[in-house]
Design a protein. Structure first.
Length: 179
């Protein structure tokens, strides 16, 4: 109770009230003789309120604060990279589209695909797997059966030129693109 009186006095800006032990009319001897019983067991120490306060904070305070933290974090914008255009002329790869969803079993080496996602094939690893690059820059392996080729309008097809002397050679030479 004394702590509560001192706290209220400090908050109000009043002087701290004197304690009972500082009262000149009070003597410890008179109190001890009044309360002393030779057959009574010694008084137990007062019960501490700290464990109760810590328990209440743990039971009510932490879940409340964690809920506020989760709500605040869910409202923050995510830090994902925006999708960028894949330029196959830089990597020398071929563009492909995912036919099916692919869920990797080994996240360290494989990458997930969604149906319709366009990826660039970097290299082939055997007949069944290939290394691809996703739009967000991640690279990994996917099954080749999950991909289909995509027409790349930027890639120039090799001109079909018949050897000289064959039929149609002159016709193709007339319409050949000048580079």
């Amino acid at each position: 109770m004394r702590y509560l009186r001192i706290t209220i006095a400090k908050l109000r800006g009043q002087p701290i009230p004197p304690s009972v032990s500082q009262d000149p009319n009070f003597s410890q001897d008179s109190f001890d003789s009044f309360n002393q019983d030779p057959n009574a067991p010694p008084r137990p120490p007062p019960i501490s309120k700290k464990p109760l306060i810590i328990f209440l904070l743990a039971v009510f305070g932490l879940p409340y604060l964690m809920g506020k933290l989760i709500r605040a974090m869910s409202q923050l914008p995510s830090h994902t990279l925006p999708p960028t255009a894949i330029n196959p002329s830089q990597g020398g790869g071929q563009l492909s589209r995912a036919i099916f969803d692919f869920i990797p079993r080994n996240l360290g080496a494989e990458v997930p695909l969604r149906k319709g996602e366009v990826v660039m094939i970097i290299s082939r690893a055997g007949n069944d797997w290939c290394r691809v690059k996703l739009r967000d820059g991640r690279e990994g392996y996917v099954p080749l059966a999950y991909l289909e080729g995509v027409h790349n309008p930027e890639a120039k097809a090799q001109p079909i030129i018949s050897p000289p002397g064959e039929q149609g050679h002159a016709f193709i030479e007339e319409f050949r693109d000048e580079e």
